[in-house]
Design a protein around this ligand. Sequence first.
Ligand code: NAD
Length: 522
Amino acid sequence: MSSTVSVDAVVDHDLLERLTDRVVARPRAERVVAVAPFSGTPLAEVPLSTPDDVAAAAAAARDAAHWWAARPVAERARIIGRIHDLVLDRRAEIADLVQAEAGKARRDAFEEVADVALAARYVSARGPRVLRERRRLGALPGLTRAIEGYRPKGVVGVISPWNYPLTLAISDCLPAFVAGNAVVHKPDSQAVLTALLARSIAIEAGLPEALWQIVSGDGPVIGGAVVEHADYVSFTGSTATGRIVAARLGERLVGASLELGGKNPMLILDDADLDRAAEAAVRACFSNAGQLCMSMERLYVAARVREPFLERFLGRVESMRVGAAFDYSCDMGSLMSQAQLDKVRSHVDDAVAKGARVLSGGRARPDLGPWFHEPTVLDGVRPGMLAADLETFGPLASVYSVAGDDEAVELANDTPYGLNASVWTSDLRRGVAVARRLRAGSVNVNEGYSATWGSHDLPIGGMGASGLGRRHGREGILRYTEPQAIAVQRAHNIAPPAGMSYDTFSDALAKSLRVMRRFGRP
Ligand code: NAD
């Protein structure tokens, strides 16, 4: 375990003051104190926006969006490419703030930096191609020229949670920008500082200031106001809030992508490479102290390999270094807040009271900081326990023995969620076959979550209670557009030529339709 390091030693308070000035809020707005989870000490005072501020932010964004949408897509993509370079250049400063604001280990903070670079590279390189107008099949071959185009939505509302304050702040904005939109962004109140730093870097890269408006405040009030003004919403957060946001957007007939919770299963089949699986399970369960939507909370292990897997897995969990350090000496940092710690404690205590057994960890660690908790593995978790039925979103994983692949798949799918899954086997065909049977938007074979998440060309999102729509890939860019159908009719109208009766016209049309089908025209 590593010792606590002073947050003040790494944080530039003058910079934070300048950044917090950029929140859209009145000059003497009420302020809330942002706290560093490593120590529980104040980091900065963040102004609170009002619903009127959100309306003003949306109006300014709408003005800017008109101009921005008229810029060539290549120009928009170039700015995003520069964001990639700046984020990598300034990775140490960014990682310091991410750690200070979110209390995570350095490796988890760097994972965010790397992910934003991947997202920016993908969007800048692929955006122009994805958004290019394309020819489609016209009604009458040779006579109808059909074109599919993509118009920006206008003002995109981005509502993001606290767990990945950099990645989830910027990665959903970049595709909106390349598609020609402006953004009104409400980060969680515990993640505003990193969002403001990301915005300032985007502006340094050439993004016009008015295009990315950041508002701050209470979820239902300020998030609710964003939902009222946006032409599309990218929401990331809990399933409960996602349902509220979706209901209101349904009334407004405004679209959304909803990236919600999960209770993700990891399947260790009887032929898995157990050393690799155990190493990956540690990362998959305890990255960001388990406060990761894609992280694994249920481990289904083939009975035949249960003991050798547990020996490897628990050995690694026991040796994890937990603590507050602004270098790479710790494997796991703090939980985000007292509320997070209380939730983890309630899941552990409830499971133990109902007969589950702690295989590793199980205790809070106030000696390390106010909200630290050990990485914890439980055995004997059953339906009716909080840890079985609900997303913990903390450093808690449960191990279950299964007889074979069928039972593993059945239990893995026995959840309303469907976000991420992981399958471990030496037989890659078997792995892909099992993946196809899992009800999850993302399945990693021989990885925990990074293979699908890091493949930015893949659409990522949830099935069932884990969400609607997809981020990343073509879908992640096109969600921010209105597809537009344009057809140019040449020479003849789609009607009987002058002098031809409808009888003759319909016979001729029926014949040509048969010919087209015979020749395989779709
Ligand atoms: P949350 O739903 O409480 O808050 C998310 C965001 O929504 C915050 O910015 C919050 O202020 C805002 N909000 C709250 N109420 C609102 C309302 N009525 N209208 C509009 N906005 C509102 O979620 P959380 O607890 O902060 O985040 C953790 C959850 O997020 C977990 O369930 C986790 O699995 C999920 N998550 C999902 C993904 C994903 O990609 N699927 C990624 C990260 C986190």
